[in-house]
Design a protein around this ligand. Structure first.
Ligand SMILES: Cc1cc2nc3c(=O)[nH]c(=O)nc-3n(C[C@H](O)[C@H](O)[C@H](O)COP(=O)(O)OP(=O)(O)OC[C@H]3O[C@@H](n4cnc5c(N)ncnc54)[C@H](O)[C@@H]3O)c2cc1C
Length: 391
């Protein structure tokens, strides 16, 4: 079997890349160890994403936005406050002359939309339930062998296989990683006080809590509760109503009574980035290239921007009938995407250090920083544009 591009990993990044390339009649093989095209729960559950305006544009271009839009919740405002101090800041869409800053939607909906569309293209072969075992690359092509012995050759191999990427390991791409010693507790809750198209982020002494409006039920909010490891493990042992009592306390009762609406899932939080985004014929997109703290809700937005960049480069190579393996093209991709990922990692570190500290000077500093950012209009506009993904 020979394809122009093999993509390992059918998460949102890999599947979206397959769709972009397949639509341009590039032969693609998309391999996943699970069955992402079939893992569809109704009503949707689990991880959600806050998609910024740039990601929405990319999903429109892929022809999947209409399907996603009907189950997504727009937000016009981001309200951040510091439960350790008295400071808060509000970012509003109208401050940058927009009607919204993004939408919140379940990851499952995005995947469902992409896989429905993938089925329409004969240029995409979907291989599920197969795990990558070996990868070799030479002058002519790259070849992979899966767990059950399928041998697939291609001009380019894309690692879209997440944080523990096997493509990255087999290609000997070095990484830098550290643990945040935190857990993300993910679920959804019904709030008594409505969120009103506002995404809330609360910095607490044990980690940031995000409550994001969802559209599937009235007053439903996606909960992403990042907590220090030991405290988080204790939370996971609590009965549902005690857990909600604790959440109510941590969020200073601003949302009224809270009711858990689905089972809790938890994820360890690590920071990771590949020191290079490509080697030989392998190239990385999404979490395999960079895994960041969920506090600013930017991980997948970065991944979608990788996919758009890489697909545009590959499609334009193919348009001129050239072999799509071209080191100069891979270098261009890295040059454009690596700085974006480093910028986001640095920002997450600044947040983590600034808000994860008990030092009274740092606490005072962050209160002042909130006040300053609120008053300095150009800085505030820049921050809002950054969050909306339009810088
Ligand atoms: C709690 C939480 C909240 C988040 N919230 C947001 C948010 O609001 N906004 C945002 O932009 N980002 C957010 N993120 C980040 C976002 O979820 C990730 O960046 C995104 O899901 C990564 O997508 P991906 O396709 O790169 O990788 P993944 O979703 O990890 O997909 C990798 C795929 O590769 C497959 N695979 C792995 N190994 C192999 C193998 N050897 N062979 C074959 N297949 C393989 C897996 O089965 C999987 O399907 C959040 C993350 C967390 C943890």
């Amino acid at each position: 079997m020979h394809y122009q591009v093999s993509i390992v990993g059918g998460g949102i990044a890999g599947a979206l890349l397959a769709l972009y390339l397949g639509r341009a009649r590039i032969s693609v093989c998309l391999i996943d160890r699970g069955h992402p095209s079939q893992d569809i729960q109704k009503p949707p559950e689990g991880k959600t994403t806050s998609l910024n305006l740039s990601s929405i544009e990319s999903l429109k271009q892929a022809g999947v936005w209409d399907f996603i839009q009907k189950d997504s919740q727009e937000f016009e405002e981001i309200h951040v406050w510091d439960s350790e101090g008295s400071s808060s800041i509000e970012f509003k869409a109208h401050e940058i002359s927009k009607q919204k800053l993004g939408v919140i939607v379940h990851n499952q909906i995005i995947l469902e939309a992409i896989f429905r569309e993938i089925k329409e293209y004969s240029s995409i072969d979907l291989i599920e339930g197969e795990s990558l075992q070996t990868l070799t690359s030479n002058e002519d092509n790259a070849s992979i062998i899966t767990e059950s012995g399928l041998n697939i050759s291609s001009d380019l191999i894309v690692g879209a296989d997440g944080s523990l990427s096997v493509v990255r390991n087999l290609s000997n791409i070095p990484i830098r990683t550290w643990s945040y010693h935190q857990l993300a507790i993910v679920s959804s809750v019904i709030t008594s006080n409505p969120l009103n198209e506002t995404a809330f982020q609360i910095f607490t002494d044990t980690g940031p809590i995000a409550l994001l409006p969802l559209s599937t039920k009235p007053n439903l909010a996606s909960l992403i509760w990042s907590t220090d490891q030991i405290y988080g493990e204790k939370l996971l042992e609590l009965e549902r109503d005690l857990l909600m009592k604790e959440l109510r306390l941590k969020t200073e009762d601003r949302f009224g009574a809270l009711t858990l609406d689905e089972d809790i899932k938890s994820f360890p939080l690590n920071q990771l980035h590949a020191k290079k985004f490509f080697k030989d014929r392998s190239i990385l997109v999404g979490d395999s290239a960079h895994t960041i703290h969920p506090l600013a809700g930017q991980g997948l937005n970065l991944g979608i921007a990788d996919v758009r960049e890489l697909s545009e480069l590959v499609i334009s190579k193919n348009r001129y009938g050239k072999n799509i393996y071209d080191r100069e093209m891979l270098r261009t991709y890295s040059k454009r995407r690596e700085p974006e990922s480093y910028k986001m990692i640095a920002l997450m570190e600044a947040f983590k250090r600034g808000f994860g500290s008990d030092n009274p000077w740092i606490k005072m500093g962050r209160n002042l920083a909130f006040g300053f950012a609120d008053k300095a209009k150009p800085l505030k506009k820049r921050l809002i544009k950054e969050a909306a993904g339009i810088i």
